[in-house]
Design a protein around this ligand. Sequence first.
Ligand code: SAJ
Length: 484
Amino acid sequence: MSSSLAPLLAERGPIRSVGVVGMGYVGIPAAVLFAHSPGMERVLGFQRDSPSSGFKIGMLNRGESPLKGEEPELESLIAEAVRSGRFACTPDFSRVGECDAVTLAIQTPFADPSDLLPDFGPLFDGIRKVGEHLERGMLVVLESTVTPGTTVGPARELLEEASGLRAGTDFALAHAPERVMVGRLVRNIREHDRIVGGIDPPSTERAAELYRHVLTTGRIIPMTATAAEVTKTAENTLRDLQIAAVNQLALYCEAMGVNVYDVRDGVDSLKGEGITRAVLWPGAGVGGHCLTKDTYHLERGAHTLGKDILDFPDDLMSLYVVARRINEFMPSHMARLTSDGLARTGRRLDGARIALLGWAFIGNSDDARNPPAEPFRDLVIASGAEVRVHDPHVHSYPGVPISRDLDGVFEGADAVVIFTSHDEYRSLDPVRTRHLSGHEHPVIVDGRNMVDPDAFIGVGWIYKGIGRGDRNEHPVAWLDRRTS
Ligand code: SAJ
């Protein structure tokens, strides 16, 4: 690290202009919050004028939000930032050189989930474009979730190659991972603590100066760039691990005839200094774009950065990958519960009509990235079942017809399988829905602890629930049709 960076940054003075690359659910709120911060004179949102996303440029410059779903404050923040002239969106990357700092918030999805290699293509394109217009004394910050080692490795190399400048000497470089959740983007950026990791101390401090512009209650947590990348991937890996732990407990409770929610309450009651247990919730599986991929970013980082140094038992699979496998197993366990439920009245998946309730990966949301319901649907269709999917929020999904008519999907259903904790599913009427199914003993499989088992069992349903070992082998209430 050369000592010339600090004087160079001091010569440039306080950050007064910011470029944000990637007008998505991370970049847009970040850009308008920078635009509204005192002392900030100009914010440019850089967006490729591509067929799929170019429309955002015009919308944003009209002061409108291109994001779906409810985002409190965002619309008004965009409109005011554009009206005041402090924010504009542009496809012209040559204007990067006008900025004191540039952040990149470009998604790193998996190109092919089967090989779990992230597609860094779009992010690296963005980095290259920034490099081509980089000026001395600028700060570059990566916000995308990346494999540990990316900032000090490929990102640095791309920037130096494209600019002819040197990181840590001519420009500052840092990683500051985004930690926003859809539905609370603006609040999260303001209030969540911000991990800020530079390739050297001047870079860390310059990035901290940038994010102090938007933080209200959140505080800066400084560290190295690689530690910041590990923090981001580890926080989701550890959440995935916690969910896997309680999913495995649920499977054990089913096998031992025990209600996992009683056990959860019991374990959770142990509170106090350092003895609290963080018990999350068992369910039909783990979806979304964070927990399904960040474990593999962390694993790859440990095995590439840590190559020849990592000391871990050769014959042991990573605990974190085992956790991923357990969570990925839950949809097939749901298929097993469905098949077992049907078998109680001599039916099989083959030829059964299944009402699948919930396609979104999380309750009361339209976000259908990596839905756990998808592998379940594939499995039972492969076994000969007919599946009709209902979701009150998800409008469409490639290759999967999605109905909004809840009564309609119940008609003739041999089995009803709940995958998502949408509020609508808490008030299903056991008598009315059994009548709609037209079966004496339809099956209900509850993947999210949404219904009262006894209310359904008592009127003739066959019940199966994740973790409900106390109810999954219940006697079937033999009722004649007159009571239905
Ligand atoms: N899930 C369970 N049991 C639980 C919690 C979640 O089965 O106890 C399932 C959900 O049904 C869903 C999946 O896991 O299918 C993911 O749920 P999530 O609540 O973790 O939601 P995400 O994927 O949007 O996670 C994001 C992450 N935030 C960022 O990456 C910035 C995560 O770090 C947050 O902890 C999480 O939101 C949150 O707390 O809302």
